[in-house]
Design a protein around this ligand. Sequence first.
Ligand code: CA
Length: 228
Amino acid sequence: MPKKILVVEDEPGIRLSLSDELESTGYQVFTAGDGETALALAGREKPDLILLDLMLPVLDGYEVCKRLRMRGDKTPIIMLTVKDKEIDKVLGLELGADDYMTKPFSLRELTARVKAVFRRTEERSAGLGSFSFGGIDLDFKKFEASKKGKKLELTPLEFHMLKLLVGRKGEVLRRDDFLDGIWGEDNVSVSSRTVDSHIANIRKKIEDDPSRPRHILSIRGVGYKFVE
Ligand code: CA
């Protein structure tokens, strides 16, 4: 069965070119031109991935993302944005988006990102199932996490990054290791700052004092290391 993708974009031209490209790659595509329709379609069609434009009339992309996560929908989301400010990116990620792309982007890059998301989703069911450390329990299969029994809201991407760190605990991971392991080697446009933003978000969620992390350590000039 083809994977289902929901494309949420209010500009008809862009919506059409995105859905044409994804359909020709072999995906089943649903489209929405506004946030309300997007929420309804996401509930009804249960897509495997949502491409979500940030600037939408009435209900914007942030709000759609927030509402999906609030109702327990863990579908991976790639945010599409024209704003290139770091703050917008981080905001988007904190709301539970998995990745973002800044317009204009090439269709080739889009399909590379989409494939990377699906690859991560498929790897979810393989290998390390769960891991516990310092009061934190991670279930990599169900994408559930808790700290001292209290539920933690981690995005699928954050889970994948943690899995990479935990799976190689004690080793120093370079930012390139994350880029290759998470976004795939064909993705040249993801910067190492993106890795740092995600690490910062993960620390905020799991560390007692994110400014003095005990589990995800920064190794100056190299990358990060996970310790129990
Ligand atoms: Ca728009």
